[in-house]
Design a binder for this molecule. Structure first.
Ligand code: HAM
Length: 419
């Protein structure tokens, strides 16, 4: 039996992969404008990083990590998200010693053992950014604006930004207690997960699809924010308004990771079945210290690339087509064949995208290949032309033909072809 890919993974084949390249290049280009620099951290880390960073009581750490012992008996996990690894690298490489705020971005695969469905995979990809060293609400707003701008610039038609403040740990201690009091009468009716969340992380009950009905009328965290949290949240909103980023306050917004303080946000869009969140993030002021670094604040986001592509498809948004092939070169005769190998290499060295036949096929089949590859030119070299030092070029779109000097083309192709 042939071997198939693991459940929840995807092969990104030519034809589809160009869309990924487009998203990735857009992400990089946007980060250049916002002055975020790329960071690449390992795909696997010590498991402890995620249990400490993401949180012991989160679904991600409790149920969804790909964890294994390596041959040295160390517990290793594939990264389920990007923030913890970036924080570790920030601490380990002492980036906090730098005079400016560290603004970093990454694009890459993450792994979560979830039940696959449309928009939910076991290997998926995030474009993420993390900014360290500032408590200024303008940077929370900048992060939210960057995500929004990314979605808009790649053509997503409707993206809703939802924001909330999840306060500080001391605010949450009070709020948790209020929630426990609220859920106490229905505690036994909650789903099994939420019964354990009741003690460990009652805010997550608000996020449960099954127990939504029991959450109606639950107290809002915004009522319990202290002055510092209220002012921070207010200023984030003012900065967003200043930039003209539309948003909605959702006091029920609870993120699935434990590290957030103050600002939490999500981007929502229709078009992926049951899932509507396409990206999210927030501020995490205690995380760097928790991972063993100085007390440095941070704020960031993660956007799922698979989900963006699903929404683009649903909205009928076309991403720009990749550049066509510049030329397909056909050899007629044995002497010409050798010359073509050389010519193709010379053209490629000059930056021209060129293809030839490798299957010894007849000219008709080769012409069909040129068509399929959407080549701008077909070049035909016969032994006679070779003897004259010439080559015939045909523009596929118009059918126009011209003959050019072989030496000229080999030496100066961009000018000869595209002047
Ligand atoms: P997250 O909300 O867990 O946050 O994930 C961010 C995004 O990754 C989601 O909105 C979704 O688009 C995508 N995503 C998550 N799980 C899957 C999956 N199984 N299949 C497909 N896509 C998925 C984080 O990961 C945080 N690290 C974001 C962050 C950065 N917060 C601060 N800095």
């Amino acid at each position: 039996m042939s071997i198939q890919k693991p459940k929840g993974t995807q092969d990104l084949l030519p034809g589809e992969v160009e869309k990924w390249q487009y998203l990735e290049s857009k992400a990089r280009e946007l980060c250049r404008r916002f002055n975020y620099k790329e960071i690449r951290t390992p795909i696997f880390e010590h498991t402890e990083l995620f249990s400490r960073g993401v949180g012991e009581t989160t679904d991600i750490v409790e149920k969804e990590m790909y964890t294994f012992l390596d041959k040295g008996d160390r517990s290793i996990s594939l990264r389920p998200e990007g923030t913890a690894g970036v924080v570790r690298a920030y601490v380990e490489n002492k980036l906090y010693g730098e005079p400016d705020v560290s603004k970093l971005y990454y694009v890459g695969p993450m792994f979560r053992y979830e039940q696959p469905q449309a928009g939910r995979y076991r290997q998926f990809h995030q474009f993420g950014i993390e900014a360290f060293g500032s408590v200024d609400p303008s940077i929370d707003a900048e992060v939210i604006a960057l995500g929004y701008t990314f979605y808009k610039e790649i053509g997503l038609k409707e993206v809703n930004v939802e924001i909330n403040s999840v306060g500080t740990p001391s605010v949450r201690t009070v709020y948790r207690q209020k929630l426990q009091e609220f859920f106490e009468p229905v505690k036994d009716k909650l789903c099994k997960d939420c019964q354990s969340r009741y003690d460990r992380n009652p805010m997550r009950i608000l996020d449960c699809k099954v127990d939504q009905k029991y959450g109606e009328g639950a107290p809002d965290i915004l009522q319990y924010l202290d002055e510092e949290c209220t002012i921070h949240f207010q200023l984030v909103q003012e900065h967003l308004e200043g930039m003209g980023i539309p948003f909605r306050i959702n006091p029920r917004l609870v993120r699935g990771l434990d590290y957030y303080t103050h600002t939490a946000f999500e981007y929502k869009a229709a078009g992926i079945g049951a899932i509507d969140t396409i990206g999210g993030g927030g501020r995490y002021n205690g995380l760097v210290e928790q991972i063993g670094g100085n007390d440095q604040p941070g704020v960031g986001l993660g956007l799922g690339l698979e989900r963006i592509l699903l929404v683009l498809r649903d909205q009928g948004v076309e991403v720009p087509k990749p550049e066509p092939l510049d030329m397909y070169v056909i050899a007629l005769g044995s002497a010409a064949e050798k010359e073509v190998t050389k010519l193709v290499y010379q053209l490629r060295q000059q930056g021209i995208a060129v293809e030839k036949d490798y299957l010894g096929r007849k000219i008709k089949a080769q012409m069909k290949s040129a068509d399929r590859l959407n080549a701008t030119y077909v070049a035909i070299l016969g032994d006679d032309e070779l003897a004259r030092g010439e080559i015939t070029l045909k523009k596929l779109e118009s059918g126009d033909q011209l003959t050019v000097s072989l030496a000229d083309l080999a030496a100066n192709a961009p000018k000869t072809l595209f002047a």
